[in-house]
Write a new protein. Sequence first.
Length: 283
Amino acid sequence: MFRRSVYKKPAQLRGMVAPGEITAAALDAVAEAIRPGVTTLELDRIAEEAITARGAHSNFQLVPGYSHTVCVSVNEQVVHGIPTERVLEAGDIVSVDCGAETPEGWNGDSARTFIVPGEAADPSLVAQRQELSDVTRGSMWAGIAALASSSHLGQVGAVIQDHIEANPLPSTGQPAGILRDYVGHGIGRKMHEEPTLFHYATPGRGAEIKPGLCICVEPMMTAGSDEVFVEDDDWTITTVDGSSGAHWEHSVAVHAGGIWVLTAPDGGAEALASYGVTPVPIP
């Protein structure tokens, strides 16, 4: 049984709006800066400036042992990559995970995957990376849309897996690999709260979806095997077979009137339209 405290009151849901908007603004700033020649550490600085300029601070820096504003994972790295002096090249696939906490103590968390523009050495690899990002993003939106009609989080995980299996990568003919040990999570006063959201079908029903739930939907996928390892920095998660990784994430609020994607500028309206779901602002 999940604690009742994971479900937020209307006033608390309203407090979640600002950190979501700030997190989205930071990722917008990163998106504008993605190009060949930029370092992942520069992206970290850009995100931090965007967050602090809006009166908030990075919640990633509150994680014990982590001192950066974002995680930047490149090519075979799937998630939790540490910003460094690594220079991005045309055709790289780059996942940027970011979060902000307001002075009131509410949190946002979101991730996007980018393909570095420009003429790349291997166009076919770039095409495969774009396929991977697209199907990962699509699975996230399918899961978010499912929040509007499902009763439990287990149904959402099954929808995400169904999307992946129904949309194999054209370049390989195989579904993307779903990371099994890295999950979605509740969000609120802390960046990581209960309940857990698995991005695949599980025997359990999972937490009840009802007004007050704030959940991060964040599928992490690979273009090959789902087997990964932790690099020597004790953070970066990398594919064993060297295949590319992708990571998309949004923070979503469920309220009495519907759902609202806290880290999307339009609440998710454009992406959710194809699912027949209209997001409703938190009153």
